[in-house]
Design a binder for this molecule. Structure first.
Ligand code: G3H
Ligand code: 13P
Ligand code: ZN
Length: 311
């Protein structure tokens, strides 16, 4: 098996009413935890790299780790740039072997978003790479960009056909009420997503793959663990799993998860040090952290995304 684009994955996911997990990766243990779970579940996989991850770990290191994961798992794995903010960044990832890039022009005026996205699509398609665009703005934090609630906006279904046909994108990220990070909904309120908007978009773009960002469930047991072992996280509420299942059964073919990986890793390491305060060998605390990531990803694949057995 090789590093692949998401084209075939999305076709099958749309028809089969499931979604592919797109997990953010930053180091070897995260890549191993995710890919070991996908291997055992025989699941197709998207590993995504943000600009911040690239700065932290270096493009080549991440690419080589992912290549190693392909050899070890024999799975189809798509390597995707998450939230590319410029043509130059997308080009650098395409030239460096990624099979998919996101150009996130969602903060730009409609025409400027189209122009930038179109430019990336032309270069990407010439190189056999697929492109995810975005319409609508999610609340929350990505890298150093903090989108406040007042600047967030739902995707306008009236714009999606024009955006897709004029840019030539292969998938579209939309905003229906999810947000980045661990604090997605106000404590005491009931989480709600605008499934009516998703349904309308599905009608306007039949068969077209939709992407859901900000889709961590903020697994409560990890938040509890962090606070039990010396952390101090305020009430954190994520996207309920039944809503993710509903989205996956509709036009959503790619579900982005990062915060749940961070929580799993941090909670496990905090617990480890609380129980073993004199230890200092990184392998001792990274091993259970990697195992926690694996179990969390396995649960998502099997019980939320429904892509187990689909590789
Ligand atoms: O959507 C953002 C992802 O969680 C990546 O976060 O930019 O801090 O790596 P990052
Ligand atoms: P979460 O913060 O909900 O994990 O979202 C991640 C994401 O959308 C990456 O693009
Ligand atoms: Zn995102």
């Amino acid at each position: 098996m090789a590093i692949v684009t998401s084209t075939e994955m999305f076709k099958k996911a749309y028809a089969g009413k499931y979604a592919i997990g797109a997990f953010n990766v930053n180091n070897m243990e995260i890549i191993q935890g995710i890919t070991e779970a996908a291997k055992e579940e025989n699941a197709p996989l998207i590993l995504q790299v943000s600009a911040g991850a690239r700065k932290y770990a270096n493009h080549t290191y991440l690419m080589k780790l992912i290549e190693a994961a392909v050899i070890e798992t024999d799975l189809p794995i798509c390597v995707h740039l998450d939230h590319g903010d410029s043509f130059e960044l997308c080009k650098s990832c395409i030239d460096g072997g990624f099979t998919s890039v996101m150009i996130d022009g969602s903060h730009l005026p409609f025409e400027d978003n189209i122009a930038l996205t179109r430019k990336v699509v032309e270069y990407a398609h010439d190189h056999g790479v697929v492109v995810e665009g975005e319409l609508g703005r999610l609340e929350g934090i990505e890298d150093d960009v903090n989108v406040s609630a007042k600047d967030a906006s739902y995707t306008d279904p009236d714009q999606v056909e024009e955006f897709v046909s004029r840019t030539g994108v292969d998938s579209l990220a939309i905003a229906i009420g999810t947000s980045h990070g661990a604090y997605k909904f106000k404590p005491g309120t009931k989480p709600q997503l605008r499934f009516d908007i998703l349904e309308e978009i599905e009608k306007r773009l039949p068969g077209f793959p939709i992407v859901l960002h900000g889709a961590s469930s903020v697994v409560p047991e990890f938040v509890k663990m962090i606070n039990e072992y010396g952390g101090n996280m305020p009430d954190a509420i994520g996207v309920p799993e039944d809503m993710l299942r509903q989205a996956a059964s509709m036009a959503v073919c790619k579900i982005n998860i990062d915060s749940d990986l961070r929580l799993a890793m941090t909670a496990t390491i905090r617990k480890y040090f609380a129980e073993n305060p004199s230890h200092f060998d990184p392998r001792q605390y990274l091993k259970p952290a990697r195992a926690a990531i694996k179990e969390m990803v396995r649960h998502k694949i099997r019980n939320v995304l429904g892509c187990n057995g689909k590789a």
